[in-house]
Design a protein around this ligand. Structure first.
Ligand code: ADP
Ligand code: MG
Length: 396
């Protein structure tokens, strides 16, 4: 039962379930209570643009005081264009897609790809090496055996189908030739799947486009992978961008009050999963076991100081590694890869169905601190949800 694979995963994620809830609220409050009149009088206002790209929802927030001489609406267009370019190159479908061309080619046929696709594939291979294979951009054939549509099902692929998929998964069988930026598969039936990393890259490209046009304050999000720069000048006084982690098992979110000038990505099973034998299986696959991950890690949020692509890959990798292997991985990388400091928030689901929160924080000395706590989800009152709609209508 194949399901379509897209950089955004197989299904649209609802906008209000993304990790930017608080950010939207903050933007909305600023917009509603302070900026509207002032911005109107000044002849310009901020823009919040909601679009569908990479098979998921995306948001671009350009506050009135973005720092650029271009109008916020024009800047939002440019950021959107940057995202659409990445989508067109890395989607599993479409005439212009490098991924589609590679996936349709026979084994041992070289396929030249564009520089952005090359960059993302090289980064994905780097994460594959770093994580000992837990992160694998050739996971496609295993993912295609399942349908992550939130249904309850008795179906399970046959042993031979599982074995055949295993045979066609493995980043060591993705061959590359640096000169000419060419890729090929060592085996027929392999599939490149950039779903765990392309959204983060799309966010980075959109932010870089904005920065190249003089923007100092903005927030960009694709399917819950977020990067913000500067401050939210729609809030009066201007406030640091805030975010949140969705409760993967119920209402509310965990507040992350300060994600300003950082990238944040969440991998989880809130939206893409199926139930089999009373157990929940998510769309993240353990390539070593050759099976989708079950309960255990309900969600992982990674916060990286500069790169949403790295945050995206790290969130997926930590989901596969889990708490114990994940701790070792983070500690091993502490002085190299993560020397600028990163944070990981893991929500673990216990046998009783309850959630525990584990925070890993690496300071810039490379010291890792692990803390465990009860997650304290904030459930906004209905009245506080209303401004979210307002910001959409008012600024789209
Ligand atoms: P989301 O799309 O919800 O943000 P992720 O960033 O973790 O979540 O991406 C999950 C997607 O990545 C899956 O739908 C699949 O396409 C792909 N994927 C699944 N397992 C792996 C893995 N072990 N390594 C790399 N990519 C994976
Ligand atoms: Mg990811």
């Amino acid at each position: 039962m194949p399901s379509p694979m897209r950089p955004g995963g197989g299904m649209r994620r609802g906008i209000n379930s993304a990790t930017i809830l608080l950010t939207l609220l903050a933007a909305a409050f600023g917009y509603l209570f302070a900026s509207r009149l002032g911005a109107f009088l000044a002849g310009r206002s901020g823009v919040t643009r909601h679009i569908t790209v990479m098979n998921t929802s995306a948001t671009i927030i350009i506050p009135a005081d973005s720092g650029s001489s271009l109008a916020p609406a024009r800047l939002a267009e440019l950021a959107e264009q940057a995202m659409r370019e990445i989508d067109a190159l890395m989607s599993p479908v479409g005439e212009t897609s490098d991924v589609k061309r590679l996936n349709s080619a026979q084994a041992e046929t070289w396929v030249q790809v564009s520089p952005p696709t090359w960059t993302v594939v090289m980064e994905a291979l780097r994460w594959h090496r770093l994580t000992g294979g837990a992160f694998d951009p050739t996971i496609g054939p295993m993912k295609s055996l399942f349908r992550f549509d939130q249904s309850e099902t008795d179906d399970w692929p046959s042993a031979s189908a599982l074995a055949s998929a295993r045979d066609r998964v493995g980043a060591d069988k993705l061959l590359f030739e640096r000169e000419g930026m060419r890729l090929s598969f060592a085996k027929d039936g392999m599939k490149l799947d950039l779903g765990a990393i392309a959204k983060g890259y799309g966010v980075d490209r959109a932010v870089e486009t904005l920065q190249a046009n003089g923007v100092r304050n903005a927030l960009v999000e694709i399917g819950g992978e977020v990067r913000s720069i500067g401050v939210n000048t729609n809030a009066k006084p201007p406030a640091s961008w805030a975010g949140g982690i969705e409760n993967p098992r119920g209402a509310g979110h965990l507040a992350l009050p300060d994600i300003g000038d950082k990238a944040l990505a969440t991998s989880g099973d809130a939206n893409q999963y199926f139930i089999h034998g009373g157990k929940r299986f998510k769309h993240i696959i353990d390539p070593r076991a050759g099976l989708p991950l079950g309960e255990g890690v309900a969600s992982v949020t990674a916060i990286h100081p500069t790169s949403c692509m790295a945050a995206d890959a790290l969130a997926t990798a930590m989901t596969v590694l889990g708490r114990d292997e994940g701790r070792v991985f983070l500690a091993d990388q502490a002085l190299g890869l993560f020397k600028d400091g990163i944070r990981v928030v893991m929500l673990l689901s216990g046998a009783d169905g309850g959630l525990r929160r584990v925070d890993f924080a690496l300071d810039n000395q490379g010291v890792m601190i692990e803390t465990e706590s009860e997650p304290a989800f904030v459930v906004p009152k209905a009245a506080e949800e209303a401004p979210q709609e307002e910001v959409r209508q008012g600024a789209d």
